[in-house]
Design a protein around this ligand. Structure first.
Ligand SMILES: CC(C)(COP(=O)(O)OP(=O)(O)OC[C@H]1O[C@@H](n2cnc3c(N)ncnc32)[C@H](O)[C@@H]1OP(=O)(O)O)[C@@H](O)C(=O)NCCC(=O)NCCS
Length: 175
């Protein structure tokens, strides 16, 4: 279990999966997210089993310290153990808990774990340009914008630019 100031990151349990199904089918939560197909419990169970057996990914449930509520998930994918880099992602699925600092704390905690426990050197992510809330929390955690893929994703009737951001283990502005 990995402790932050407002959240802890813990292993995902099978009983958590119905909540992921609910979040992944919430259009507001998924507005700027890579996944575009509706998912069901069977999909989530398959994902759960595959990611546990995959050394290049590591996923956590985000739970509040205040009331031990499971509010979201975060983790690493594309872990490259030779170059010590990984992609990260985050989702606070309970919309009623947005704006309470949970996403910021979860991201800082995840990054700290990546550098201090996994010995990563570079953590990167992709985000829709319009997802300013997410970009804001990434910048607060010390991520810098490093590039843009123009018109990379088609959603909501038009193309969107994808922003790439990263943080290095020796970044001076690491949170
Ligand atoms: C993005 C997400 C993780 C943020 O989590 P959160 O718990 O709401 O974030 P926090 O409460 O820690 O911080 C939100 C910050 O964004 C700011 N913010 C809110 N709306 C904003 C907007 N439209 N533009 C810029 N900043 C905004 C808030 O003021 C706050 O910053 P502050 O603490 O400096 O005042 C959450 O909204 C989420 O999971 N969204 C859906 C999934 C998603 O988009 N994930 C990211 C995919 S790349």
């Amino acid at each position: 279990m990995i402790q932050g100031e407002k959240v802890r990151l813990r292993a995902i349990e099978r009983e958590d999966l119905p909540r992921y199904v609910r979040w992944l089918n919430d259009p507001e939560v998924m507005r700027y997210f890579g996944i575009y197909r509706p998912s069901n419990l069977e999909d989530e169970e398959a994902w759960y089993a595959s990611q546990r057996a995959d050394d290049s990914s590591m996923n956590f449930a985000i739970e509040t310290l205040e009331d031990s509520q499971h509010v979201g998930g975060c983790g690493f994918s594309h872990i490259d153990w030779r170059n010590r880099s990984a992609e990260c992602g985050i989702l606070i699925g309970e919309r009623s808990r947005w704006g309470q600092g949970l996403g910021t704390d979860a991201m800082r905690t995840l990054v700290r774990y990546g550098f201090q426990q996994l010995n990563l050197h570079r953590i990167y992510l992709r985000v829709f340009e319009e997802n300013q809330r997410a970009i804001h929390i990434y910048e607060k955690a010390g991520f810098q914008i490093e590039g843009r893929w123009r018109d990379a994703e088609f959603r909501h009737g038009r193309y969107h630019d994808i922003i790439w951001m990263s943080i290095l283990s020796d970044s001076p502005d690491r949170a």
